[in-house]
Design a protein around this ligand. Structure first.
Ligand code: PMV
Length: 334
């Protein structure tokens, strides 16, 4: 067993969304999904040996976490050993580099970083494809954060966990970027897990969601392969709105939008009318993410700054695969 393992993983934003599980235990999704990994938002995680024989210890952003949060981590780590009762207890330290007050979901980068660190620490030697099926069971969207650039998470078949994995389909080393407009920094009212269940159970529009994805996904893959930015953007925006339409048609209706979310969308549409190609997407929260050309990002940020404060705008280039880090060099040995 290694004494310590430290990894960085980047978050991702889905362009073809994952919304709904067909198997809640195994985190098997209803549909495949496709995302762009982002360089600006990431989590660093270190696993070290602990003297305590009794319990794992979890420190997030310098704060010792409670039993519930630590239990989730422990159950996730149990997946890396044959006999969980014999697993050595560890100290898990994580630092989320999501700019303060961004209020953006960090579970994708968090579980991807933890999974990579655990794979090294427990010497499991899983390939990243195999690891993606384990990480999936911490947080669905984390599956895609095991890969930089554009990542495709396959739906898989039946209850075969190994068939629902992620892979990189393009390294995104072309003129593309994302601007995150931070509308609300607070925790979400309804978790994505609960939101998915509610939509699946009560929205008549959810029935067509798998068909919407089945049609959009090959088109998106083709658009990415051709580096057809505008088609990628149009498909992303439409897919996000179709997902939100299914949520809005839930009973009672579920909407994560806030008035400023609509302002942001309007702004993007106006930029398009002025001939600047950019497209919005949204997840289970009010923040709006704008897909744009990297070379036009500054001009777009300038325009958005008429409505949003500088600390509400985060520009990100595409991110890379997770990678080991020198924890001591970054954070000292605290
Ligand atoms: O895996 P979770 O619980 O982070 O859910 C992700 C849900 C969306 O962000 C709305 C869509 C997606 O594919 O990331």
């Amino acid at each position: 067993m290694d004494v310590t393992a430290s990894y960085r993983a980047y978050t991702n934003i889905a362009l073809i969304k994952y919304w709904g599980k067909r198997d809640a235990e195994l985190f098997l999704p209803m549909t495949s999904s496709l995302s762009l990994t982002l360089e600006a938002l990431y989590t660093d995680t270190r696993i070290t040996m602990t003297d305590s024989a009794q319990a794992d210890c979890f420190i997030l952003n310098g704060q010792l976490q409670d039993v519930t949060a630590t239990d989730r981590i422990s159950r996730f780590l149990d997946r890396f050993v044959a006999d969980a009762s014999q697993r050595p207890r560890v100290l898990v330290e994580s630092i989320n580099h999501v700019p303060t007050a961004a209020g953006l979901a960090s579970s994708a980068s968090a579980y991807a970083a933890l999974g990579c660190a655990a794979n090294e620490y427990f010497q499991t030697q899983l390939s990243r494809k195999e690891l993606s099926t384990l990480v999936r069971q911490g947080s669905g969207s984390a599956t895609r954060s095991l890969f930089g650039g554009f990542a495709l998470w396959h739906r898989g078949t039946g209850t075969d966990s190994a068939s629902s994995y992620a892979e990189q389909i393009d390294d995104a080393q072309w003129d593309i970027a994302m601007i995150i407009i931070v509308i609300n920094a607070g925790p979400k009212r309804i978790s994505s897990r609960e939101g998915m269940i509610h939509t699946m159970q009560t929205s008549p529009y959810y029935r067509v969601w798998p068909d919407v994805v089945a049609e959009a996904l090959p088109a998106m893959q083709e658009a990415i392969a051709q580096q057809d930015f505008e088609r990628v953007g149009r498909l992303s925006e439409h897919n996000a709105m179709a997902m939100h339409a299914s949520m809005i048609a839930s009973n009672p209706s579920l909407t994560y939008w806030e008035p400023e979310s609509l302002t942001a969308m309007q702004c993007v549409r106006e930029l398009r009318d002025q001939g600047i190609p950019c497209y919005y997407t949204m997840d289970a929260g009010p923040n709006v993410k704008v897909l744009c050309r990297h070379t036009q990002a500054q001009a777009i940020m300038q325009s958005l700054s008429q409505y949003f404060k500088p600390d509400q705008l985060i520009l990100s280039a595409p991110g890379s695969d997770p990678h080991p880090i020198d924890w001591e060099a970054l954070y000292g040995n605290v």
